[in-house]
Design a protein around this ligand. Structure first.
Ligand code: AMP
Length: 476
């Protein structure tokens, strides 16, 4: 099947062609006709499946009858609302909207918290057919009366399960109450708990169900391996791995915000071009770190699960789990950052003995054993234990280590000079699409962090333990 077979207009096909897509992905093949026909849709699709284009392309086609070049705000009322759980995801979905609508005179805006509200208000007042938003900030605009939903025809709820985890459902319900009831609604989620199904019952009318790729499966293009290593030796092993020139760029996952900053600072002190991204950083810092990484200016991005959600980085070759996630499904989401769109990727996990329980959970979920590998040339006996450093390490972790002593045990005296320019890095372009999926969380530290890092609204309620994965869409 080609895009030409899907009944999309020449302007949209041209944009798809410009994006370099030759063939629709399975979710696109299934979702595009359903959305074009005006049906509601409940879509189960994992990260990297191309689901953003799956809903944006047909949505644009349906809205194109309203496209006009008038400067009057009244000619550009909000026609489509796309809600996402995180700011990064909102930005990426908005990038997709801009990419795919570039040959159509449809206007769009991205609305999210953590930044000045005024420019968004000004854009909304000028009139925008497509609004991509996080729920809290959108409600701020509703309160300020800078947006009206009387003409909304399409509602998209992206990452519904993540919305649930982050306590956004009350906000979603408030927004739903403001929308015309005659509308098309699309709900995407990676997992379908009873709560998501209840939300779907409220939001969708006779939805068509589409599910691509079984949930909790991992891309076959990703090679997995793990290194057993004491916690105190992890950062030295990481540095050792990063010395391998084939490790051109790596996204490193750490369990806590504090640990994230601390590890990035330590890597910087060792001469590694690293940045950190987590929920305590300002939105501007998060955006800048992400852009620098995507553009290849930062070689290593150290991230928490929450801040990394929404990352869609073309050709990212390596994901490193510096710490295993508390929730097994997060392993799949993390490594789904690499090996996208059929490309090869490596997922390396540094596993301390006390993480063996988490490893067992992950292996049970992915249904295979991760190969345990030696790190050639790494001698754990030759590195200093980090316990003292950890105790001394204050918040932000700056200036507490002993880089000189550490370097003694790590080959060259000079700091490891990693790529200064992006010239030889794989080409990493800013993506038109996004998304990550999510999983039911247990009320773990991660879940608490999630609530705390919510895009732009205070926690509504404690994150509830959500039941284990349910049988899937077919059982609805
Ligand atoms: P998504 O699952 O929407 O996050 O998309 C994942 C990545 O796949 C994005 O970088 C898209 O640009 C890319 N993509 C989407 N559709 C296609 C397609 N038909 N062919 C190739 N790449 C695609």
């Amino acid at each position: 099947m080609t895009f030409d077979d899907l009944g999309l207009s020449p302007e949209i096909l041209r944009a798809v062609h410009d994006a370099g897509y030759t063939e629709p992905t399975p979710i696109q093949q299934q979702a595009i006709p359903v959305v074009l026909a005006g049906h509601d849709l409940m879509g189960g699709a994992q990260t990297g499946t191309g689901k953003t284009a799956g809903f944006v392309l047909p949505m644009l086609q349906r809205l194109s009858r309203h496209a006009n070049a008038s400067s009057s705000p009244a000619r550009h009322p909000v026609r489509a609302l796309i809600l996402t759980p995180t700011r990064e995801l909102a930005m990426q979905v908005h990038e997709s909207v801009k990419t795919y609508s570039k040959h159509l005179p449809l206007r769009s805006v991205c609305v999210y918290g953590g930044v000045d509200i005024k420019p968004q208000t000004a854009e909304l007042k000028e009139g925008r057919e497509i609004v991509v938003a996080t729920p809290g900030r959108l409600l701020d605009h509703v309160q300020q009366k800078s947006v009206s939903f009387n003409f909304v025809e399409v509602l998209v709820l992206d990452e519904a399960d993540r919305m649930l985890d982050m306590g956004f459902i009350p906000d979603i319900k408030r927004i739903l109450a403001l929308l015309p009831s005659a509308r098309q609604s699309l709900l995407f989620s990676a997992t379908f708990s009873e709560e998501i199904k209840k939300l779907a019952d409220v939001m969708l009318k006779s939805p068509q169900l589409i599910e691509v790729a079984r949930r909790n499966t991992v891309s076959e293009t990703i090679s997995h391996r793990l290194h057993m290593v004491a916690t105190d030796h992890k950062r030295h092993l990481l540095l050792h791995l990063l010395r391998d020139p084939s490790m051109t760029q790596a996204l490193v996952f750490v369990g806590t915000k504090f640990g994230t900053s601390r590890l990035a600072s330590w890597l910087e002190r060792q001469g590694v071009n690293a940045d950190a991204i987590h929920g305590d950083k300002s939105q501007q810092q998060r955006t800048e770190a992400l852009e620098a990484f995507k553009a290849g200016r930062a070689r290593v991005l150290v991230a928490t699960d929450v801040a990394a959600r929404g990352l869609d980085i073309d050709d990212l070759p390596h994901v490193i789990n510096y710490e295993l996630p508390h929730t097994a499904e997060d392993y799949i989401h993390r490594i789904g950052r690499t090996g996208r769109a059929g490309k090869k990727g490596d997922a390396t996990s540094l596993v301390a003995p006390e993480e063996k329980g988490r490893l067992a959970d992950i292996e049970r979920l992915i249904k295979f054993k991760i190969e345990q590998a030696e790190a050639p040339g790494f001698d754990p006996g030759a590195v200093p234990a980090d316990a003292g450093e950890r105790e001394r390490g204050g918040r932000g972790g700056r200036g507490h280590g002993h880089p000189h002593r550490e370097r003694e045990h790590h080959g060259p005296k000079a700091p490891v000079r990693l790529p200064e320019t992006s010239a030889h890095l794989p080409k990493v372009k800013s993506p038109p699409g996004v998304f990550d999926a999510s999983q039911p969380y247990e009320a773990s530290l991660e879940a608490t962090a999630l609530a705390a890092e919510k895009a732009d609204a205070p926690p509504r309620r404690p994150v509830r333990p959500v039941a284990a994965l349910l049988g899937g869409l077919g059982k609805k």
